[in-house]
Ligand binder design. Sequence first.
Ligand SMILES: C[S@@+](CC[C@H](N)C(=O)[O-])C[C@H]1O[C@@H](n2cnc3c(N)ncnc32)[C@H](O)[C@@H]1O
Length: 301
Amino acid sequence: MSIYHKPVMLQECLEGLNIDPEGTYVDVTFGGGGHSLKILEHLKGGRLIAFDQDEDAKEQAEKIKNRSFTFCQANFMHMKRYLKLNGVTKVNGILADLGVSSHQIDSPSRGFSTRFDGPLDMRMNKSITLTASQVLNEYNEEELHKIFGMYGELKNARTAARSIVQQRVNKPFARTEDLKAALHAITPRGKENKYFAQVFQALRIEVNEEMKALEDFLHQSGEVMETGGRLVVMSYHSLEDRMVKNYMGKGKIFGEVEKDFYGNEIKPFKAVTRKPIEASAAEVEQNSRARSAKLRVAEKI
Ligand SMILES: C[S@@+](CC[C@H](N)C(=O)[O-])C[C@H]1O[C@@H](n2cnc3c(N)ncnc32)[C@H](O)[C@@H]1O
């Protein structure tokens, strides 16, 4: 039986959270629950509220029988509202392990995988309406160019966008193999896997509004965190990491830190680690997903 998801930098995340056994913690990306279970082991009298927007993750969460644990099937862009619904206004630590789980990638029917053919779906939350095929069939060339460039960091984003727009006239995009075939002629030779991974990442980010969700979540984490509480975020691509770094260091996703009349910086967090923590070589050898992970930790001031 394949495991749902192997948690990345488990020990490093735990150290980052610096758990008070009686405190209230939030894991906004439950997935298979690897990090949540470890947090629960450290609680005595404390509480863990976990989020995931995917119903498969909810099924995993239902297996946890622990009175200290609450699961919310919701997008973490609504974290503050759901915490309030559960009687929580302040927390002592929040963990976010961004992106998709191995379970999601390895399920062909979800359309996240570059390895298996599947429908061009890519929704983490199956009840939203936008799918990857809609993005490919309905967005204009300029929008596709922007998505491939910004979210996929494709060097030939404009050419890729043009190819899609030209080829969908003959047959709308429905399957992941259609997409790969359409891009075949413009895919750098010998770098096919990396290229398709970037294309799929770009579509996934657009379908799931990942940048907006992260931005909303970061702002809310500042609002609900107790002084001294820790924000621990693990990201897997540079756009996300830049947003996390900016927010932790400057209190802003874009732009410079604000100062008050006396020149004191106005920001909710101070970074605990200046540079992101990366997985050890031994972990990367065991789990290739850990290779691109960047972990940042900040403390509420
Ligand atoms: C990398 S996995 C987390 C794995 C987890 N830490 C573990 O050890 O099993 C990311 C999970 O976060 C969920 N997710 C991603 N973005 C989300 C969002 N905006 N709101 C709620 N859940 C989200 C995905 O559905 C996925 O299950």
